[in-house]
Design a protein around this ligand. Structure first.
Ligand code: 5CA
Length: 437
């Protein structure tokens, strides 16, 4: 892609309405545009990053055996009346009527709908366990949408649902999700802490939030620094290993302010390991047993032909929130550096362009074509602008690698720079091998 052709409405001014750095950056680099309070259009740059995050989330769900499907955004109120949540959910639910006057709603979550799908299809323990997920827009009429995509009304969520015969089996599904969440956030270059949490309107008595550290986060957290020392690669995808993993994580003290008690913190964590900071909730998992299956009559025959309410859990990741959260975790001193796994482009070529010198640009085009052939997703900055402005702009766009073609280029060697590091003079072959690492 040539930068001049990219739909990327960059603005110089700091948007007044944006209070945190991710919101500011996303508006300034034209990743999103507000359409109305808490509702955004995703423009090409933001959309590309979100889709890359979505793909990593998908791969990690698939790798624990979860199956992807797609449920609609609009749901009938009937199933919510069955579960008893239609009245409980309150004003956050956007309620609408179709032309026949039927009560509908824009789904804020999908426990009822998936239970309805499940009960009409699966009747026997022989088909269990099942793990199903979809990645779909949700709507919650937040009273105070703020911080851009971090707390908005319409947002993109991965929500998964597990179905098991017994509480014991259900906890195995819970542990698999726990593991896949930690792997997902690792691949996104984020350090996430699982924390015991309250269950709110979803319900149940076992729940963990996954929180990434960021000063601008909404949740205050108290944790033992040792939580970052646990090496995930020591665990395997089997029930015993994953049980040990959850035990290892949950025995280290880490709570949000809802559960914080000073005396517990001091008793459980040595002074030098105490960490008090803020974080952003990027995922939340729940085990609620038969909270939905019982009132909705979702029954399974066990080995003796006896009918049991299926045991369920639900597992959410805020895919659109993760775009903002990743920025909060990585944007410092006016430089944004995307983790390689989700960067909007792999590399940007920045030739110094002037009316009298077309050579740099032509060299840039050659390199561009060469890299394209290798399936490297490359951006060529063909805009006629001075180099210092270009660098400022690319500090915001955040592509982690730059090939600079200008006064320092030497024959077939070009400046190769990783954001936040010094540049080096390298041949194209060396650059290619660096990009593929
Ligand atoms: N049904 C359960 C699990 S599937 C559920 O809805 N959980 S949740 O309410 O905790 O939401 C899951 C994730 O969606 C949260 O961890 C958060 O990352 C994201 N999320 C929730 N509300 C918003 C919002 N208003 N704006 C952006 N992201 C949100």
């Amino acid at each position: 892609m040539y930068l001049s052709k990219l739909f990327i409405p960059i603005t110089k001014d700091l948007p007044a309405e944006a209070k945190i750095k991710s919101h500011q950056l996303m508006l300034r680099t034209g990743m999103i545009k507000q359409s109305s309070a808490g509702i955004y259009s995703w423009l090409p740059l933001g959309f590309k990053v979100m889709k890359k995050i979505e793909q990593i989330v998908r791969e990690e769900q698939n790798s624990i055996g979860a199956q992807e499907m797609l449920m609609p955004t609009i749901q009938s109120s009937e199933i919510w009346k069955e579960s008893g949540r239609y009245d409980d959910y309150g004003e956050e639910m956007l309620r609408i009527k179709d032309r026949q006057g039927r009560e509908m709603l824009y789904g804020p979550t999908n426990e009822e709908l998936i239970t309805d799908v499940f009960r009409s299809s699966i009747k026997s323990y022989k088909s269990l366990p099942q793990l199903l997920y979809h990645i779909q827009w949700k709507f919650r009429d937040e009273i105070r949408p703020r911080f851009g995509v971090m707390r908005c009304k319409e947002f993109y969520m991965k929500d998964a649902y597990s179905f098991d015969l017994s509480d014991e089996d259900a906890k195995k599904s819970y542990n698999k999700m726990f593991y896949s969440y930690l792997k997902t956030f690792n691949r996104l270059g984020l350090k996430a802490i699982p924390m015991a949490a309250d269950t709110g309107p979803i319900g149940g008595d076992l729940s963990h939030e996954f929180i990434i550290l960021a000063e601008t986060g909404e949740s205050k957290i108290y944790a033992d620094k040792n939580i970052f020392e646990i090496d995930l690669t020591q665990y395997k995808l089997n029930d015993a290993s994953l049980k040990k993993m959850r035990g290892d994580f949950t025995k280290i003290y880490a709570v949000t302010d809802e559960k914080y008690k000073k005396e517990d913190f001091d008793k459980n964590v040595k002074k030098e390991n105490q960490m008090t900071t803020k974080g952003i909730e990027v995922g939340h998992i729940f085990y609620f047993s038969d909270k939905y299956s019982k009132p909705m009559n979702c029954l399974i025959d066990d080995q003796n032909g006896k009918k049991n309410s299926v045991k369920m859990g639900s597992y959410g990741i805020g895919v659109s929130r993760l775009v903002g959260a990743t920025i909060e975790a990585n944007y410092n001193n006016n430089v944004m550096k995307w983790p390689k796994s989700i960067s909007p482009f792999d590399v940007v070529i920045i030739p110094s362009i002037s009316k009298n010198n077309k050579e740099n640009f032509e060299k840039g085009v050659q390199i561009y074509q060469n890299l394209k052939k290798q399936n490297i997703d490359v951006l060529l900055d063909d805009v006629d602008e001075n180099m210092s402005n270009k660098f400022k702009k690319h500090d915001l766009i955040g592509i982690p690698y730059q090939i600079i073609i200008g006064s320092k280029s030497d024959g077939d060697k070009f400046e190769f720079k990783e954001l936040n590091s010094k540049s080096e003079l390298l041949s194209l072959e060396k650059i290619k091998s660096k990009l593929k690492i």
